[in-house]
Design a protein around this ligand. Structure first.
Ligand SMILES: NC(=O)c1ccc[n+]([C@@H]2O[C@H](COP(=O)([O-])OP(=O)(O)OC[C@H]3O[C@@H](n4cnc5c(N)ncnc54)[C@H](O)[C@@H]3O)[C@@H](O)[C@H]2O)c1
Ligand SMILES: O=C(O)[C@H](O)[C@H](O)COP(=O)(O)O
Length: 371
């Protein structure tokens, strides 16, 4: 059998060679000609798995080593009998670290107090649940908006988008990109959304760029409707809107999920899925070549005056988010290159904390180790 594999998926080389011919290619080069005689694809978001490349091919299964699957035309796959899977939750902790670092940056460099503020989480799945936990740990009041879950589970734990717009000081978006239907999220944040914000909130988008209408966000920023925007996901990546980039507080090149741990999990989930689908005997495959990482120790002095600042300092020690922002602003044409060459980032569980008890307890709630 033949498998086409995106060459930017780390740790996968050697995994499937004993059972298949493996061809490694840049996502954008996965063309109709290339996939014609392939049996399976292992992709990232940069391969549009649509009719134009898949129709008439041998492809029977697609595994994307990502959480998002909006690059896969699911209707066409069903019509053509092509199975597919994503890697649910693989990099959710990485996104939690991203949002934590963004909030910590706003606290330390822009004086944006966190405890007591209201955080709205829109989309409460694998990522959104962790963001809610993070908000609680930081002493925020947390409101959840997730209409599909509210319908399935009852509305008691959820609020309307209207309530989010009225009551939140921070709104973090974690929905899939749904182009249509009852739960459409395409341009969920449009002029009407921004016009109804009452508390000049911080807006974070680390889900999909198209969930926010770019022009509407730019207008909302210039009208002072929002206090800070933190944007990881953009419309029309990699050709992002440079006016928007200039007006946001933190700008990053779609790397919220790019921890080494998240990448390794996505890779392993994809290999196992291909194995299960074709019966290849690799159902328990693990990445064996992830860079070894020693637990890093963070010490918080007992005499620390402001616990919130100490917690935020610790969050930024695990991930100095502004370095990603600076790199993108310095070279906006390298959006994809910066993603491809992304530096090693490890999640909270690689950090142990000791010292001032309250800060240590807060950090332990979000996955730091207590030492
Ligand atoms: N920036 C990154 O690097 C990065 C990394 C990981 C995930 N993501 C993206 O983040 C998003 C969330 O990922 P996840 O793993 O939590 O997905 P998930 O499927 O686990 O959760 C999504 C949640 O959104 C809810 N939802 C659907 N439509 C909604 C609507 N109209 N309004 C409110 N909620 C709605 C769903 O019911 C679900 O609970 C996805 O778009 C994913 O592609 C981005
Ligand atoms: O959906 C996801 O998992 C994330 O958006 C992920 O970071 C996308 O990464 P890519 O496939 O573009 O490398």
């Amino acid at each position: 059998m033949k498998i086409i594999i995106d060459d930017k998926i780390p740790y996968i080389q050697g995994a499937l060679e004993s059972v298949a011919e493996c061809i490694y290619l840049p996502g954008k080069d996965t063309t109709r000609e290339v996939v014609a005689d392939a049996d399976a694809l292992i992709t990232r978001t940069r391969t549009r798995c649509h009719r134009d490349i898949l129709e008439g091919s041998h492809v029977k299964f697609i595994a994307t080593a990502t959480i998002g699957f909006d690059h896969i035309d699911r209707d066409f796959c069903e019509e053509a009998g092509i199975g597919w899977t994503n890697a649910p939750g693989c990099n959710a902790k990485s996104v939690e670290q991203y949002v934590g670092a963004a909030l910590a940056h706003l606290r330390i460099h822009h004086g944006f107090q966190l405890a007591g503020k209201t955080l709205g989480v829109v989309g409460v799945g694998n990522v959104g649940k962790l963001i809610a936990k993070l908000g609680h740990a930081l002493g925020m009041k947390v409101l959840l908006n997730d209409p599909p879950r509210a319908r399935a589970e009852g509305s008691a734990n959820f609020v309307s988008l209207d309530t989010i717009q009225k009551e939140c000081d921070v709104i973090s978006l974690h929905t899939p990109l749904n182009m249509d239907g009852d739960d459409k999220t395409y341009h969920l944040a449009d002029d009407s959304f921004f016009s109804q914000l009452e508390k000049n909130p911080v807006i974070l988008n680390s889900c999909r760029g198209e969930v926010i209408e770019t022009q509407a966000l730019k207008s909302a920023i210039s009208a002072g409707k929002i206090s800070h925007a933190v944007i990881d996901c953009w419309e029309n990546e990699p050709a992002i809107d440079l006016e928007l980039l200039d007006s946001v507080t933190i700008a990053t090149p779609h790397i919220a999920g790019y921890s080494r741990d998240g990448k390794a999990t996505g890779t392993a989930m994809s290999v196992r899925a291909i194995s299960r689908h074709f019966g290849l005997g690799l159902d328990d495959w693990e990445c064996s070549n992830v860079e070894p990482a020693k637990t890093q120790s963070i010490n918080i002095p007992d005499a620390v005056e402001d616990t919130e600042v100490a917690v935020c300092d610790a969050l930024l020690q695990t991930y100095p988010i502004i370095e990603d922002d600076a790199r993108l602003r310095a070279n906006t044409t390298e959006f994809e290159k910066q993603r491809g060459d992304y530096p090693v980032r490890r999640e909270f569980s690689y950090y142990s904390v000791a010292g001032q008890r309250e800060a240590v307890d807060i950090l332990a709630q979000i996955g730091f180790r207590k030492s």
